[in-house]
Design a binder for this molecule. Structure first.
Ligand code: ADP
Length: 440
């Protein structure tokens, strides 16, 4: 962006400078021409005055340098010319400056000269005896003037170029400063978005980012608070039971039960830690493109089925996979976690001897159970971290409240949409719809 700004400032500066130079040359050229024409008429008038007073008999005294003097009779014959033999010259009546002098008293004209690259200026004046006096002098043309001025112009151009580059660099630094300061302004929540450090056009962006950061910060704080609470609960239980055994407060026959509680809480703790670590890994890579590979969902579902089969069998729940093969480009590990978590929930929140069906179709996967169902008002919140409809049920089944958060994360990373259909005491069906691959 910086080099773009510098370049466009350079261009703007140079183009303006060149335009100014061109206009100056043209204006200067006009002035020079006016000057030549003015000088010529002064000279012409002076010679005419001397001629009329009768004090001038020999016009040849003026024929020096570049000035040319011609005397023309009222019928157009050339009576005298300082540059040529008068008799050899053609009739001058048709020359515009002569014609104008005859009708108006004085006449002016400019014509291309015999000398290349020059033009002649003419001034004619009616004399007292009826003859016409004409003076003429060559003047420079625009290309000729440009040619002779080119070293100077080139020098000015180089200076202007240097100046444009320097000013563009300084200008760029000034323009870019608030943009470069943006990260600092975003970092500092105390700095208001409409402070002088920020361009007004960027203020909405700064506010948006600050709000987003604030929300994220708050969510992080909430998550940390939740994590420590979730970790404390099983640890308190564990240390409570352990203390009772240690102090001999527990009766002999209670000890196996307490040991079982300790083991369950410990395994819950392990699950919790695993889920927390997994979620923070997913959080860290959020927004980044996942590593993709072709993943076939039907066989993936069968793998999950095999893994969870013992758990389902313990409660007499039938587990089935149906549908057709469907291959998508995705992250195999993440998709496995998605199917596993949904199926595990379908078993955990099922009734004894219920059933679970994983169905795979084109661009979709659904897990349907015959369980306790999710009341309508909870359906939109179950994907929140640590959210559980029934805390004690979730605890009893070793739930962490994070399974569906992981599912949601994975779905988002795969641009998939999740829908929940559930009726209390009838069952739940959670469907994941994947975006069709590009070009499909
Ligand atoms: P948990 O570890 O508690 O199962 P999840 O994030 O996986 O955490 O699920 C959040 C909550 O959603 C669960 O506590 C449960 O109340 C509800 N839930 C999830 N899946 C189902 C289901 N198949 N049937 C009924 N309720 C479910």
């Amino acid at each position: 962006m910086e080099s773009k700004v510098t370049l466009s400032l350079c261009y703007t500066g140079l183009i303006s400078a060149l335009a100014a130079m061109a206009l100056t040359v043209i204006a200067f050229f006009g002035t020079v021409q006016d000057q030549v024409q003015g000088d010529l008429s002064v000279t012409g008038d002076a010679i005419a005055a001397a001629y009329d007073r009768g004090g001038l008999t020999d016009l040849s005294v003026y024929g020096e340098d570049l000035l040319r003097v011609t005397l023309v009779s009222p019928d157009g014959r050339v009576l005298y010319d300082t540059d040529a033999q008068a008799g050899a010259l053609e009739n001058h009546l048709s020359r515009p400056e002569i014609a104008q002098a005859i009708s108006e008293g004085t006449g002016r004209a400019a014509r291309a000269s015999a000398t290349l690259g020059r033009q002649d200026f003419y001034y004619a004046r009616m004399l007292g005896d009826g003859n016409i006096l004409r003076v003429s002098a060559p003047a420079t043309t625009l290309p000729l003037m440009l040619g002779s001025a080119s070293p100077g112009l080139l020098g000015s151009f180089v200076i202007l170029l240097g100046l444009a580059v320097c000013l563009a660099a300084i200008g760029t630094r000034r323009i870019m400063k608030p943009v470069k300061d943006l990260p600092a302004a975003l970092e500092d929540p105390a700095a208001p978005a409409d402070s002088r450090r920020v361009y007004p056009e960027l203020a909405p962006l700064v506010r948006e980012v600050q709000t987003l950061r604030g929300t994220r910060q708050q969510m992080r704080q909430e998550f940390t608070a939740n994590v420590s609470h979730e970790l404390k609960t099983p640890l308190t239980t564990i240390s409570g039971y352990a203390e009772m055994i240690e102090t001999g407060l527990a009766r002999e026959e209670d000890i196996p039960r307490f040991a079982g509680e300790i083991r369950r809480e410990a395994s819950r703790l392990l699950n919790l830690i695993a889920d927390i670590i997994r979620l923070s890994q997913l959080d860290e890579s959020a927004g980044q493109e996942i590593q993709r590979e072709p993943v076939e969902l039907l066989s993936l579902a069968r793998e999950c089925e095999r893994t969870l089969e013992p758990e389902a069998a313990r409660r007499g729940i039938s587990l089935a996979v149906r549908g057709t093969e469907y291959t998508l480009s995705g992250n195999r590990t993440q998709l496995w976690e998605l199917v596993y978590n949904l199926t595990e929930n379908a078993i955990k929140y099922n009734r004894d001897n219920g059933s679970v069906v994983i169905e795979v179709g084109p661009g979709r996967l659904s897990v349907k159970d015959t369980g306790i169902g999710i009341p309508k008002e909870h359906q939109s919140r179950i994907f929140e971290r640590f959210y559980r409809v029934d805390r004690s049920h979730s605890r009893a089944t070793g739930g962490t409240g994070l399974g569906l958060s992981i599912v949601k994360h994975v779905a988002e990373a795969h641009n998939a949409k999740i829908t929940v259909q559930s009726t209390v005491n009838v069952g739940t069906e959670i469907t994941v719809e994947f975006e069709p691959p590009p070009g499909a």
